[in-house]
Design a protein around this ligand. Structure first.
Ligand code: B12
Length: 210
């Protein structure tokens, strides 16, 4: 078995100790934290999602895979934080109100940190006012919203409305993502950008911060 499939399988199977060892050995062999995430961890979580969709996996499998992923990220996060030489911008990220999914949001946050952004992670189930409060602290902050439920997607529009009502919409930038979110939806609610995955989110944030 190759190391790549070792890490991929460890995440899919929710085997945290093997995932940790595999991540360490990738770091030792010189693979960048961004590549470890993009080439192994994200594809593994996508596989977990697909297996759930096809009833091959159930909630306990998801939780185990999510935990293995978090353990792997604990090793990568400090490296990602240190890899950006100079901060290129500030992002406040969170999963919108009513939504508890955070695996994808956490990946985006880590990739943004690795891409040189200062990231303020508000967690899950975040109220629109909380985003507004954090944006007010500093001009030019990018708001990154995640939603995994079709029922919570309208909350993204609520955040944009709250920014408008507070008079800070013009000076902020809003990017959105999550499995059910599309470019079309982003345009519909007046978001400034959408990206499909964590790697593309970094390029998008860079575009929005110029
Ligand atoms: C894992 C999971 C859970 C876990 C969450 C654990 C956690 N800590 O996050 C648990 C078991 C807790 C869970 C609970 C529920 N879940 Co759930 N869950 C999933 C599952 C299988 C995978 C999601 C995931 O983590 N994917 C892997 C990550 C890496 O992908 P991602 O999140 O899409 O993120 C990527 C991109 O979208 C993007 N991205 C994400 N966020 C952002 C943000 C920005 C700004 C940008 C630019 C990009 C971006 O980048 C990420 C990395 O590339 C999905 C199915 C699926 N295929 O999506 C169902 C799914 C989302 N869940 C679903 C449901 C219904 C629920 C529950 C309501 C179940 C229930 N009956 O209780 C609850 C809801 C609880 C709540 N209030 O939120 C449905 C939603 C259906 C719908 N149409 O809305 C899905 C689609 C499953 C299904 N087919 O039924 N779930």
């Amino acid at each position: 078995m190759t190391e790549k499939s070792n890490l991929f399988n460890a995440i899919v199977e929710g085997d945290a100790p093997t995932a940790i060892d595999a991540v360490k050995s990738f770091i030792e062999s010189g693979e960048s934290p961004q590549d470890i995430m993009g080439n192994h961890l994200i594809p593994a979580m996508s596989e977990v999602g697909q297996r759930f969709e096809t009833n091959e996996f159930f909630v306990p499998d998801l939780l185990l895979a999510g935990r293995a992923m978090q353990e792997a990220m604990k090793i990568l996060n400090p490296l990602l934080r240190d890899s950006g030489v100079e901060k290129v911008g500030r992002v406040v990220i969170g999963t919108v109100q009513g939504d508890m999914h955070d695996i994808g949001k956490n990946l985006v946050a880590s990739m943004l940190e690795g891409g040189g952004f200062e990231v303020i992670d508000l967690g899950v189930d975040v109220k629109p006012e909380k985003f507004v409060e954090t944006v007010k602290e500093k001009k030019g902050t990018i708001v990154a919203l995640s939603a995994l439920l079709t029922t919570t997607m309208p909350q993204m529009k609520k955040v944009i409305e709250a920014l408008t009502e507070s008079g800070i919409r013009a000076e902020s930038r809003v990017m959105i993502g999550g499995a059910p979110v599309t470019q079309e939806f982003a345009e519909q609610i007046g978001a400034d950008g959408y990206s499909e995955n964590a790697s593309a989110a970094v390029a998008l944030a860079r575009r929005l911060s110029v």
